[in-house]
Ligand binder design. Structure first.
Ligand code: CP
Length: 312
C-alpha cells in the first residue's frame, strides 16, 4: 500500500480505506517534519501548483499554499475576483490558460458542485495531464477537510472503528458534512447527523447515518461533536425563523458540554459563527480541538499533494 488508487482528489467517495490510511500515515511523517526547526523538504521541487479559488477561503487556501511551500513546490495563486473571469472567460478557458504555463497540479475551490470533476475529465487529453484537487465544490464535497478532521480524531482518540461522531448543524448545505460522512463510515465510525429537519436532507439515512433533531441527545450519544456553521451565503429561503432561535435550540455552550460528565471532543471546520452554532466559551474550551484541526490541515494536505504527485 504505497500509492493512491486515484490521480485526482475529487471526493472522499472515490477513495478506498487503504487510500485513507496511506494519507494518514504519510501525514504522520509530514507532521513530524512540521515540528522541526526547518520545516521544509525537497519532495516537490520542480513541481508547479496553481491554487485556483473561485470562492472565498482563509484556512483551505493558506493551508494548501503552506503545504506546497513546505514541500518546495513552485506556487501560483489565482482568485476569480480581479481576474479575466470578470470579463466572461469560462472555467475551462481559465484553467487551460493556467495549464499552458506548465502547471502540474490544480487545487480548485468552486461554488458549483462537480466543477473539479468537469475539469478533471476535460484537461486530461494532453501528454502531461495535471492532477486536480477539490478544495471544496459548492454543497458537494470538501475532501481535504474530511481527511484532516478524521486525522485529528485519530490523533486524539486513536482508531476510528466504533467511535461515535455527531455532525451537528446545517447538513443540507455543507460539503464538509458529506465528505465527513463518507470518510468516517469508510473508517468504521458510527455517525449521527443532527439539526433542524429543514437543514437535513431527506435521504441522508440512506448513507447509513443516524438522524436526530435534539442537540442534547446528539451530545449525550457521541464521543466527538463536529459542529458546522449555518451556510448563510447558501440560504435562498428561510430554513428557520431567526439566528437567535437557531442558537437557542441548536447552539452549543460550555455548560452543555461540562454537564455531560464525560470526555467529549469538540470540532468545527471554521469559520465559526460565534454565538450561533457555538458560544465562545465552548469554542475556546478544553474540549475544543478546532485549532489542532487547522494545524493538522497542513500535514494532511502535504500528504495529499505528495501522494498525487507520485502518480505522475
Ligand atoms: N474549513 C474551510 O474550508 O475554511 P475556509 O472556507 O476558510 O477555507
Amino acid at each position: 500500500m504505497t500509492a493512491l488508487s486515484t490521480r485526482h482528489l475529487l471526493g472522499i467517495k472515490d477513495l478506498t480505506e487503504n487510500d485513507l490510511q496511506l494519507v494518514f500515515q504519510t501525514a504522520d511523517e509530514f507532521k513530524e517534519v512540521l515540528n522541526r526547526p526547518i520545516k521544509r523538504v525537497p519532495s516537490l521541487r520542480d513541481v508547479t501548483i496553481a491554487n485556483v479559488f473561485f470562492e472565498n477561503s482563509t484556512r483551505t487556501r493558506l493551508s494548501f499554499e503552506l503545504a506546497e511551500k513546505r514541500l518546495s513546490a513552485d506556487v501560483v495563486n489565482f482568485s476569480s475576483s480581479g481576474s479575466s473571469v470578470k470579463k466572461g472567460e469560462t472555467l475551462l478557458d481559465t484553467v487551460n490558460n493556467i495549464l499552458a504555463m506548465k502547471v502540474d497540479m490544480i487545487v480548485m475551490r468552486h461554488a458549483s458542485p462537480g466543477a473539479p470533476h468537469f475539469l478533471a475529465s476535460r484537461i486530461n487529453a494532453g501528454p502531461h495531464p495535471a492532477n486536480v484537487i477539490n478544495a471544496g465544490d459548492g454543497t458537494h464535497e470538501h475532501p481535504t477537510q474530511a481527511l484532516l478532521d478524521a486525522f485529528s480524531i485519530r490523533e486524539k482518540l486513536g482508531d476510528l472503528v466504533g467511535k461515535k461522531i455527531a455532525i451537528i448543524g446545517d447538513i443540507l448545505h455543507s460539503r464538509v458534512a458529506l465528505s465527513n460522512i463518507f470518510c468516517l463510515k469508510k473508517l468504521g465510525a458510527d455517525v449521527m447527523v443532527c439539526g433542524p429537519s429543514t437543514l437535513i436532507p431527506r435521504y441522508i439515512a440512506d448513507l447509513g447515518v443516524l438522524v436526530s433533531h435534539d442537540v442534547r441527545e446528539a451530545l449525550r450519544w457521541c464521543d466527538v461533536a463536529n459542529v458546522l456553521r449555518i451556510q448563510l451565503e447558501r440560504l435562498q429561503v428561510k430554513y428557520f425563523p431567526s439566528l437567535r432561535e437557531y442558537a437557542l435550540y441548536f447552539g452549543i455552550n460550555r455548560q452543555m458540554l461540562d454537564e455531560l460528565n464525560k470526555e467529549i471532543v469538540l470540532m468545527h471546520p471554521g469559520p465559526i459563527n460565534r454565538g450561533v452554532e457555538l458560544t465562545s466559551d465552548a469554542a475556546d474550551s478544553r474540549h475544543s480541538i478546532i485549532l489542532n484541526q487547522v494545524e493538522n490541515g497542513v500535514a494532511v494536505r502535504m500528504a495529499v499533494l505528495y501522494l498525487l504527485a507520485a502518480q505522475n
